[in-house]
Ligand binder design. Structure first.
Ligand code: AMP
Ligand code: ZN
Length: 475
């Protein structure tokens, strides 16, 4: 499989370095808010990478995706809410897990939280190693990474060394390229902030050290095989992760760096801008569902654009994604109608050709957009075969099996099937509402009873009253 490596700015042939096991780290969500559909573009893209490595390249994958549950933003928001940090971030971790499942993300092997004891200990170890190797200095109770001690600092983001201010420091977790400075590893304790002391003095971690420490702790001897995230992480986050990990171990950190382009949003009359919480232009999965779309349609939308191109999100694009996905599921349903008949060798040929085409596009730096193009060409051709009465049940089975193989990588058809099998409203909620409606009727509050029936109706659930019992069914 060829993968674009940000480190070398070129597509390279990828294979894991040891035992056919891909050791991969993905920067996870900063859990100060529910993840938005921009975040999930990156997570779905890395899920497709994981699936392609497992189901197409035949590798085993050991993947770590962390939760950043302590940093400037999580602390600030938990303080605003007046909720202890770990409890506050726990809510968004739960929401992430639900959204991830709804979008068909394969569970990864490890989901560490930065504030887990063993991770804080690992951060202390990494920082101590950096101190020992002369890469740090202390100031006002904080510990900084001295970038001038690492001659190749800036190699990932290709920084211009002339612009770097040696000796100047930066404390915030997120900053711009122009501010390439000595960055903070461990922040001095501040009143009202959580604090730990893993043997290096009391304080709390900077964002960057968290990922270095978790990756080194959970993925074995560096270099790991792949490190991934959105393009906004190239600088400073990934640059600093490299500095910390390579400074502490004296070994290269990751062989491949994979970066996913942004999901952009167009506001009326304005140029498209990056979807981001700080710009206040975000939608989350619930917003998408509230507009009447299913998570599978969003996943399909993501797949329709190569991961290294910006994706322009709009509700029109969502509607088109839904329509395209429906064309695929309609085709699969049509296969059930073909009559029994001897197998047609032309169908087998078509399937073999499409299988080659699909695999070729996925191998070409995960070109899911082109891979979907192959599937649609196949659907067109096979619809004509069915029209001509030239497809039999054995052919139909082979077609279904081929689509199942494609879907191991894409993860969208099985997701839609799962949605079809589940009612659009959780059963407990339906039962609760039926009870509330019965109570409203007994109280002769017919307006309320009607409102409940109407509400369920618009959400795809029909109520049928027979005598004193009420049954529900999907519309
Ligand atoms: P954060 O929670 O900010 O640490 O981001 C979690 C992941 O989402 C990171 O890999 C980011 O690069 C990625 N991300 C953030 N905004 C977007 C966006 N608009 N489009 C795609 N990926 C994004
Ligand atoms: Zn990270």
């Amino acid at each position: 499989m060829r993968l674009y490596n940000t480190l070398t700015r070129s597509e390279e042939e990828f294979a894991p370095s040891q035992d056919n096991i891909v050791r991969m780290y993905t920067c996870g969500l900063t859990v100060y808010a529910r993840g938005h559909i921009g975040n999930f573009r990156t997570f779905v893209a890395t899920d497709v990478l994981r699936r392609a490595l497992r189901h197409q390249a035949g590798c085993e994958v050991r993947q770590v995706m962390n939760f950043t549950d302590v940093d400037d933003r999580t602390i600030l928001e938990s303080q605003k809410a007046g909720v202890p940090l770990r409890e506050y971030t726990g809510r968004y971790i739960d929401a992430f897990r639900r959204d991830a499942a709804a979008l068909g993300l394969e569970p990864v092997e490890e989901n560490p939280r930065a504030t887990d004891d063993e991770n804080i200990t690992a951060m202390g170890r990494t920082i101590a190693a950096l101190e020992e190797r002369g890469h740090t200095y202390r100031s006002d109770g904080s510990i900084y990474f001295k970038i001038s001690t690492l001659p190749d600092y800036g190699k990932l983001a290709r920084l211009d060394h002339a612009g770097m201010k040696s000796g100047a420091r930066i404390d915030s977790d997120r900053y711009e390229k122009e501010d390439a400075r000595d960055f903070v590893l461990w922040k001095a304790t501040k009143p009202g902030e959580p604090t730990w002391d893993p043997g290096i003095g009391a304080g709390r971690p900077g964002w960057h050290i968290e990922c270095s420490a978790m990756a080194l702790r959970l993925l074995g001897e560096p270099p790991i095989d792949i490190h991934a995230g959105g393009v906004d992480l190239i600088f400073p986050h990934h640059e600093n992760e490299i500095a910390q990990s390579e400074g502490a171990t004296g070994r290269p950190f990751s062989r491949f760096w994979v970066h996913v382009e942004h999901l952009m949003i167009e506001d009326e009359g304005k140029a498209a801008e990056k979807m981001s919480k700080s710009l206040g232009n975000v939608y989350n999965l619930q917003d998408v569902v509230d507009r009447g779309f299913r998570p599978s349609a969003l996943r399909y939308l993501y797949l329709g654009v190569h991961y290294r191109k910006q994706l322009r999100f709009s509700w029109t694009a969502m509607a088109q994604a839904e329509e395209a996905l429906k064309r695929l599921t309609d085709f699969l349903a049509r296969l059930d109608t073909v009559p029994g008949r001897a197998a047609n060798p032309v169908v087998a040929e078509r399937l073999a050709e499409a299988t080659r085409g699909f695999a070729g596009h996925i191998d070409d730096d995960l070109n899911t957009a082109a891979a979907l193009g192959v599937i649609f060409d196949l659907v067109r051709a096979l619809n004509s075969t069915i029209d001509a009465g030239e497809m039999g049940t054995d052919d139909a089975r082979a077609v279904r099996e081929t689509f199942e193989r494609f879907d191991k990588v894409l993860g969208v058809l099985a997701l839609r099937r799962g949605e079809d099998e589940r009612p659009p409203v959780p059963v407990e909620e339906i039962e609760h509402l039926i009870a509330a409606r019965r109570a409203a009727r007994l109280a002769r509050n017919f307006a309320e009873a009607d409102r409940i029936r109407q509400d369920l109706d618009t959400r795809g659930i029909l109520l049928e009253d027979t005598g004193s019992t009420t049954r529900w069914k999907r519309k």
